[in-house]
Design a binder for this molecule. Structure first.
Ligand code: TYD
Length: 149
């Protein structure tokens, strides 16, 4: 699909929480994400946000092709997703819950608890060309949803 088609067809309904495998003992817990068909894409990149001030807001962009899994590996934060027509809010506070974010959605991440770490697993390597960072551009790319549905 080209960029216009991706943004015209992206939907909040494709977002979901994927519950990861949990291996829990009295001496600690372990969760795994692997390319074994349990997640919607093969992982090509891992990055993480840390040392985040409580009043910080991250994100503020959409991706043309890149898909993500977002995990609160420690602490808690809020992810707000917008498909140009509908908005969904997810509070992530469990290291075994991964939020799947398909391409074509505007994302904002905020309300970080002290010491929280936001782990992001992605379908593509980093490319600034894949970003839409201007909200007005996002609104025009998603206009077909509001015009015809
Ligand atoms: P950005 O994706 O805007 O962060 P967030 O969505 O968390 O607010 O990235 C912040 C900066 O880091 C930006 O200058 C691009 C750079 N960056 C990389 O160089 N490689 C990466 O894999 C990522 C995610 C960001």
């Amino acid at each position: 699909m080209n960029k216009n088609d991706i943004f015209a067809n992206s939907t909040i309904k494709d977002c979901r929480i994927i519950t990861l495998m949990r291996n829990s003992h009295e001496n600690g817990s372990l969760s795994v994400v692997e390319n074994n068909g349990s997640i919607p894409f093969d992982i090509k990149r891992v990055y993480y946000l840390y040392d985040i001030p409580g009043d910080a807001e991250r994100g503020g962009h959409a991706h043309c092709e890149n898909q993500s899994l977002i995990i609160a590996v420690s602490g808690c934060f809020t992810v707000i997703l917008n498909d140009g027509k509908e908005i969904a809010t997810f509070i992530l506070n469990r290291p075994y819950n991964a939020l799947y974010v398909p391409a074509g959605l505007w994302r904002e991440i905020k309300d970080f608890s002290s010491g929280s770490t936001c782990l992001v697993l992605t379908s593509d390597t980093y490319s600034e060309d894949d970003y839409v960072r201007n909200f007005n551009e996002f609104l025009s790319l998603t206009a077909p949803k509001r015009d015809f549905k």
